[in-house]
Structures are given as C-alpha cells and as structure tokens.
Design a protein around this ligand. Structure first.
Ligand code: FE2
Ligand code: FE2
Length: 217
C-alpha cells in the first residue's frame, strides 16, 4: 500500500483552499471550451421570461450538483489513505471543474444566481465523500460509480425538461452527460464495489431534496 504523502496540516490547508475556491466559483479546470460556443449565432433564440426562468432554475440545480461533485471528490481525496487515490480524486475534481464553470457561465447568461444554499450542499457532500474515502478504495469507487450513474439519469430528465429553444443549456448538459457516463464507466472498470440498495435509495432521496431546494433558492 502506498502511504499518504500529505501531512494533516497540508490536508487542512488544501481542504480549506478547495472549499473556498468551489464556493467562489474559482475552481481549477482543464480549460476545455464551453460546449455552447459551437452554436452559430443564427441558432441563438431569445427566450421568453417563463422559458428563461425555467432554464435558470434547472441550471441552478446542475450548478449545485457540480458543487456537490467538487465536495465529494475533495472529501474522498482528503480522507483516502492511498496517495494515488488522493491524486486521482484531485484530478477528478479538476475535470468536474469544467462542468461547474460551464453551469455558472450559463446561469450568468440567463441572468440568474447560483443556489444560496451551496455552502450547505458542499458541507454535506464533503462529509459523505470523506466517509466513503475512509471506507476504502473499492467502496469509494462504488460511491463514485453510483453517483455518476444517478447524475446521468438526472441529466436525461433535465434535457427533456429544458425549454427546447434553450440550445446553449442543451449543449452544456449533453457534454456533461457524456463526461459523467465516462466517469461512471471508469470507476466500474477500476474495481468499484456495488453499493447496498439502501445506500442507493438514501443517495436518491438526498439528491431529491437538493434538487427541490435548488430549483427555488
Ligand atoms: Fe460533473
Ligand atoms: Fe462526473
């Protein structure tokens, strides 16, 4: 087994830095291009106020979901005792950083705000991630696989719920859905442990509460 190369002080500083950056929408990203930039200007529709409000509410939920993804990966990375897992989780959080930045940009374009409850989503998800990290690598990967699986399904629902005219949000969510499916498959291939049914149900319930709250605030 590879031993952690971070001291507890390193971990505390890293944890604080990661949390502050996530909540300030200033996370590290891979700088991949914004998916909606491929859309020709002629295809940009002007949304009416009802469509704009609906699109913003859904994108706020997705932004909050990406805050949770940051926290889950940060929590798992800091709690894992294996240096390679720590690094893998840190890299995964950077890849997810693209999604966070895209959702924020779309929310800005729609003239709306991120969820006011983001610090709460971050704290809760960080604790869940840390617990998964402490349980060991296979459980931790199982947790990643199940989370990503639920996110892929959730994004499918949102792709149907978005106003058809909002092509930018569609392109962002389609790219995110592809990425999340890859994250799920890579976790399974790396030896993810299948989670017990009750844990999956609890995860579904928790995400439903977040979705309901973030739609409004
Ligand atoms: Fe994501
Ligand atoms: Fe993901």
């Amino acid at each position: 087994m590879t031993h952690a190369r971070y001291s507890w002080t390193d971990k505390l500083c890293l944890g604080i830095d990661q949390a502050v950056r996530a909540l300030a929408d200033n996370v590290k990203t891979t700088s991949r291009p914004y998916p909606a930039d491929t859309l020709p200007k002629s295809e940009l529709a002007i949304l009416d106020p009802t469509q704009q409000k609906q699109a913003a509410a859904l994108m706020r939920i997705n932004h909050a979901g990406e805050i949770c993804a940051q926290a889950l990966y940060h929590g798992q990375g800091l709690a894992s005792r294996n240096y390679h897992v720590q690094e893998k989780m840190r890299e995964a959080a950077i890849e997810e950083g693209d999604h966070l930045a895209w959702c924020k940009r779309r929310l800005d374009d729609l003239g709306s705000h991120t969820s006011y409850l983001n610090p709460l989503w971050y704290s809760g998800s960080f604790m869940i991630g840390a617990l998964a990290g402490l349980l060991g690598d296979r459980w931790s990967l199982g947790f990643v696989a199940e989370t990503e699986c639920q996110v892929v399904n959730h994004l499918q629902n949102h792709l149907q719920a978005l106003p058809a005219e909002d092509k930018q949000s569609h392109l962002v969510l389609q790219q995110m859905q592809q990425d999340e499916a890859q994250h799920r498959d890579s976790a399974i291939q790396s030896g993810a442990q299948e989670l017990p049914g009750w844990v999956k149900k609890l995860m579904t319930l928790t995400s439903k509460i977040m979705v309901k709250c973030a739609y409004w605030i």
